[in-house]
Design a protein around this ligand. Structure first.
Ligand code: GAR
Length: 184
């Protein structure tokens, strides 16, 4: 099985969804996390997944910490990187080393509503449809070639919470599906 690392900064529901996908065709062999208090860390420890936790403030530059991450990835034979709520722009060190092998999931129909709080942005904007995008990353914020999108309707009865729940359900189905297609 091909080895993959998940990069995450937060709750880790997408990370957990990948772990819970029985027929995932790659092995999630590392969690890379930049937030010591993130709930995703506990999820990884429970599942026995190795964690590389780093604090960007301990390094002089993005290049310096990405070189460290790269060392860990290469030591573990990781060939794909899946971002799942990793709230940092990936720099050229990792982009060059893993060209065409870094994928992100984002809770909107990109190019609409990039950046933080995409669900809140869409809800506030009053649009009737939003959704989920899986895409390759480049040096921008939630830019890069789109691989797959799924539409989620915003219902008149929706609150931001109910919309968030539906979008997350879609994410948890779509990400493993798209990953399996990519690796096949
Ligand atoms: C997910 O909704 C993911 O799409 C989003 O962060 C959330 C993380 O949730 N990513 C972005 O907004 C990237 N710009 P999780 O920690 O429960 O998987």
């Amino acid at each position: 099985k091909m080895k993959a690392a998940v990069f995450a900064s937060g709750t880790g529901s997408n990370f957990q969804a990948l772990l819970d996908t029985d027929d995932l065709t790659c092995e999630i062999s590392l969690l890379v996390c930049d937030q010591p208090g993130a709930a995703v860390i506990e999820k990884a420890s429970k599942a026995g997944i190795p964690i590389f936790l780093f604090n960007p403030k301990d390094y002089d530059s993005k290049e310096a910490y990405e070189k460290e991450i790269l060392r860990v990835l290469e030591n573990r034979g990781v060939s794909w990187i899946f971002l799942a709520g990793y709230m940092r722009i990936v720099g050229s060190t990792l982009l060059h080393a893993y060209e065409g092998k870094i994928v992100n999931i984002h809770p909107s129909l990109l190019p609409s509503f990039p950046g933080k709080d995409a669900i809140g942005q869409a809800f506030q904007a009053g649009v009737e449809t939003t959704g989920v995008t899986v895409h390759y990353i480049d040096e921008g914020i939630d830019t890069g070639p789109i691989i797959a999108q799924e539409v989620v309707e915003i219902l008149p009865t929706d609150t931001q919470d109910s919309l968030t729940k539906r979008i997350q359900q879609v994410e948890h189905q779509l990400y493993p599906k798209v990953i399996n297609e990519l690796l096949s």
